[in-house]
Write a protein that binds this ligand. Structure first.
Ligand code: GLU
Length: 449
């Protein structure tokens, strides 16, 4: 065991030296390295092929200038990125994030996570991620369109349905995907499945908008079932109020649970009466059509409370669905959740729990589903969208939903296969090893490329 710990330390030391100022990337790699090093140490072929060293080096990084003109005629310059991380098991696949915090290290963490997540889905998809430090908040539709067109004017030459297939992430939803697709089609003179998350009218898949949120609740259902529990009658804290949070809430309600929180970067709304279907419909209109802030909920629905600059984690709950962004649960938050009786955490966001928080969840042996397993439903249905596009055909809603449920079940089974420790499932280890083994075998078969 101490040889494994030494190997992880030596590997991380080299990684940090080579990638300074990329804390999220270092954090994501560290977790995976701890999980997979015992397998690497005991498999000479993996060691000899330097698989881990190759996995942390993106196959290609594209960085480009994105100039655009606002409605007043002023010129702005943003930075665009696409990280093509690993294509061992399929074309690069992963979302685009438009947010002021976007930088190279942040996208490398997301691209790295995506490689393992995509492998878990069982669909042929490699890993990638991209985006820009552009902030869509407060911009008009026309400004967003001009930005997206400028972004795609460079990106289009690097992507394609068999090469690299971007999708949405924070700040990139249906509106942005539409503008990006329009510009791709114009420049490439090709109508194809080059992006996922498209509108239904032009090749999108049913259930894609719902998929990440629904999938994370399906994953929670699977975890709860291992202890004879279910969603019914449980109180859930959800963070975020975007696409993932909205459809997580919808599915929890449908399965008989009660959701008492939502949040955004300004604070948390707490509604102990429960956010019912009618209130959720209002939130969806607020966020997706009027593009307002979640705090407005408390002006509309009396009896609810707005907690400025607070996260939901001190609100008593049985289930927690972090669905906002990375590092939103600290060790203290994790202790508060467990202390208040939370029995299950299913991560709709990517890496929302800090490493010390993960240690709290694993140490107390609650049901803890890390993002790369629990939120894989989104990219899984993106994979189903690619399959439908390649047939020039679309599947019924029930069919896509059934496939999504099947995929979440198989991800859960794989986590159990690799993560079972007497009477407890370590889903972190399970997800990391299951994802790693698939990609590692493909890399070995393909030689040193
Ligand atoms: N951005 C989502 C994720 O983090 C979806 C990516 C995709 O559909 O390609 O997995």
């Amino acid at each position: 065991m101490s040889k494994v710990i030494d190997s992880v330390s030596a590997f991380m030391e080299r990684l940090v030296a080579k990638n300074p100022s990329q804390p999220e990337f270092i954090q994501a790699v560290h977790e995976v390295a701890e999980s997979v090093m015992p397998i690497i140490e005991s498999t000479p072929a993996y060691r000899k092929a330097r698989l881990l060293e190759r996995l942390v080096e993106p196959e290609r990084i594209i960085i480009f200038r994105v100039p655009w003109v606002d409605d007043r005629g002023e010129v702005h310059v943003n930075r665009g990125f696409r990280i093509e991380m690993n294509s061992a098991i399929g074309p690069y696949k992963g979302g685009l994030r438009f947010h002021p915090t976007v930088n190279l290290g942040l996208l490398k963490f997301l691209a790295f996570e995506q490689v393992f997540k995509n492998a878990l889905t069982t669909i042929m998809m490699g890993g990638g991620k991209g985006g820009s430090d552009f902030d869509p908040k407060g911009k008009t539709d026309n400004e967003v369109m001009r930005f997206c067109q400028s972004f795609m004017s460079e990106l289009f030459r690097h992507i394609g349905p068999d090469t690299d297939v971007p999708a949405g992430d924070i700040g990139v939803g249906g509106r942005e995907i539409g503008f990006l697709f329009g510009q791709y089609k114009k420049l490439a003179n090709r109508f194809c499945g080059v992006l996922t998350g498209k509108g239904l009218e032009y090749g999108g898949s049913l259930i894609r908008p719902e998929a990440t949120g629904y999938g994370s609740v399906y994953f929670a259902q699977e975890m709860l079932a291992t202890r004879g529990e279910s969603i019914k009658g449980k109180v859930a804290a959800v963070s975020g109020s975007g696409n993932v949070a909205q459809f997580t809430t919808e599915k929890v309600l449908e399965l008989g649970g009660k959701v008492v929180t939502l949040s955004d970067s300004n604070g948390t709304i707490v509604d102990l009466d429960g956010i019912n279907e009618e209130k959720l419909a209002w939130v969806m209109d607020l966020k997706n059509v009027r593009r307002g802030r979640i705090g407005e909920y408390c002006d509309k629905f009396k009896g609810s409370e707005f907690r400025a600059n607070k996260r939901p984690w001190d609100v008593k709950c049985d289930l927690a669905f972090p669905s906002a962004t990375q590092n939103e649960i600290s060790a203290e938050d994790a202790r508060t959740l467990v202390g208040n009786g939370c029995i299950c955490v299913s991560e709709g966001a990517n890496m929302p729990t800090e490493p010390e928080g993960v240690d709290v969840f694993l140490g107390t042996k609650i049901l803890y589903g890390p993002g790369k397993a629990a939120n894989a439903g989104g990219v899984a249905v993106s994979g189903l969208e690619m399959a439908q596009n390649s047939q020039f055909y679309h599947w019924r809603r029930e069919e896509v939903d059934a496939r999504l449920q099947g995929i979440m079940r198989s991800i859960h089974e794989n986590c159990v296969k690799y993560g079972a420790e007497d009477g407890f499932v370590n889903y972190v280890r399970g997800a990391n090893i299951a994802g790693f083994v698939k990609v590692a075998e493909a890399m070995l078969a393909q030689g040193v490329v």
